[in-house]
Design a protein around this ligand. Sequence first.
Ligand code: FMN
Length: 172
Amino acid sequence: MDFYQLIEERESVRSYDSKKPVPPKVLERILNAGRIAPSASNKQPWTFLVVSSEEMLKKVRPCYQRNWFQNAPQILVIVGDKSKAWVRKKDGLNSIETDLTIAMDHIILAAENESVGTCWILDYDYEMLAKAIGLKENEVICCITPLGYPESGYHKRRNKIRKPLDEVVRYI
Ligand SMILES: Cc1cc2nc3c(=O)[nH]c(=O)nc-3n(C[C@H](O)[C@H](O)[C@H](O)COP(=O)(O)O)c2cc1C
């Protein structure tokens, strides 16, 4: 698909068919898009956790209590190790959030290319999720998304509500 068409068509999916997990080969292509994402000083300080076993799904689903989220057959949790990320010497800025966010965006766009639905989620219970996945010291959770196919009968909204370009761009 043309890249500009792909980014126009991607939208947050809040409907998932619990009985239709993403096949391993498709999942691999999507995750590979995250693997090859850029990161500061090429440190690649990330781990992509694909929550897919019933046991782990049971622990992770309560971290975001929306009905539609409970149906996701797989949930991606991107975690990173702060001690492995690049740090700007002058002021100590750690690139972890930026690196992980870029990887997430690569993954979300690759998922769109595979007709796999995603929804970037930040409003989850951080402490609960950290406990559920056994987050280690130095590790942070950056973002999570369900991965799956929309329920049958689902239609994209196709109504991007965005500020006009001349409101968000300034040539200086
Ligand atoms: C950083 C970030 C956090 C978000 N957190 C949530 C969330 O917790 N729950 C949710 O339903 N959607 C969440 N979203 C999805 C946004 O609501 C959505 O991207 C935005 O409304 C634009 O719609 P679109 O993705 O369909 O184009 C988040 C998106 C981003 C980028």
